[in-house]
Design a protein around this ligand. Sequence first.
Ligand SMILES: Nc1nc2c(ncn2[C@@H]2O[C@H](COP(=O)(O)OP(=O)(O)OP(=O)(O)O)[C@@H](O)[C@H]2O)c(=O)[nH]1
Ligand SMILES: [Mg+2]
Length: 470
Amino acid sequence: VAVSTALGYGGIGIVRLSGNNALSIADGMFMAKSKKKPSEFKSYTAHYGWVVGSRRSPVTGHQTKRKLRATGNDIIDEALVTVMRAPKSYTRQDMVEINCHGGLVVLKTVLNLAVSLGARLAEPGEFTKRAFLNGRIDLTQAEAVLDIIRAKTDAFLKVSLNQLKGDLTLELENIREYLMGIYVELEAVVNFPEDEIDASPRRQLLNRIRKAQERIEKLLASSEQGKILKEGIKVVICGRPNVGKSSLLNVLLKQPRAIVTEIAGTTRDTIEETAQIRGIPFQLIDTAGILEPRDSIEREAVKRSRLHIENADLVLFVIDIHEKFSAKDKEFIDRIKGKNVLVVLNKCDLAAKLDLRKITALLKGRKMIKVSALKRIAIDALEKEIVKSVWKSKDIDTAGILISNTRHIYALKECGLNLQEAEGALGKNMPLELVSEGVKAAVSHLDEITGRSVSADLLSRIFSEFCIGK
Ligand SMILES: Nc1nc2c(ncn2[C@@H]2O[C@H](COP(=O)(O)OP(=O)(O)OP(=O)(O)O)[C@@H](O)[C@H]2O)c(=O)[nH]1
Ligand SMILES: [Mg+2]
């Protein structure tokens, strides 16, 4: 049993039961208006009534059941109960969902009541884990559930839904079948050496292994985009005081988040906000422009902006086009060496005093764009450039499969390496046992991803990331 909705105040809150005794436990705590017991409900029907039982703090075991009967029926909440019988349920076990009111006390009382009737509190992700263990979904689909819950953008939601639907499973299982075909042939030759194959079938085998490898590589190639969609991109806005960093942050966020004044040194603490730009999640960080700290607060501010620049995926280096180039600008240019930088020439609504040649010489090869944060000039173009500098391909392809999970990336890389070894062994005319071993190892890495073979340890690690009640 677990509360499956977020803990807080809400219109409704759902307590979910799953397992052999789910129906009998529900019988002990729900009184339907129809007088029917939950164990008599038809699968996939919803019933109106009341959760009834002892309001007192829970005591576990049979003694409580007796106590409950003795105390009579306290109405705990008005509720709607849905029964989903095995095997057609999320977990493939009997399930009961109690839709109560979404209050903290109500939900806790209903939860405790189920526990007092013999239910056990579910571990994080345990419902989904049961769905996996009972063979309803594979591991990538279970992981997709988590991704859907945590999706920060529409684009990533789409990708995760495809994964839940089984698109990734299908592709992995296809590759697996293909490799198993090769493996079985190889084993036949290895076990009946009198049929040792000659050069031409060897070349054919090589081609087939290469084909599988190409498919693995294609999946891996999508991981860069997948990870971006999943985790977002860290963009740090830096530059000397008063160039308009905070103004730029506000414009990109479309809300006045940071304080903007004409006083140099307005921003001291770093300001972090998330925003979606063209479907991609960004973490935007506005930093202090201070270079020479005058006190301990400013020293900390400088330290923080340095740290953020170091960890940035993209640095927006802001320069005031209305000011002459200064030693301070130069100091920032030194700080952002080696980073992925987009140069923002701000205040283009004012007369330009900046010597652009100097900037171009110092920031060779870096993309530059003239904007006005104040007058909102060329902000659209800036957004385009931001996306372009982190997103290599033109459009987000959400129709297909995108790999975003580190565990999948790792296993796919291992799988690719095994295939490479098999190829090498084939090319060098080494014994076919070696080739066969390589193919088998490659298959085992695919099985790791889908969960065909997976250790209990890894399973508990994967599901421990889930929330309780899912
Ligand atoms: N004309 C003009 N003024 C701007 C533009 N962008 C910002 N400003 C002004 O420049 C001043 C400084 O802007 P901020 O956004 O606070 O600058 P900052 O870089 O965050 O400054 P610090 O936090 O002090 O480092 C404010 O008075 C803004 O209104 C612009 O595009 N054009
Ligand atoms: Mg500022």
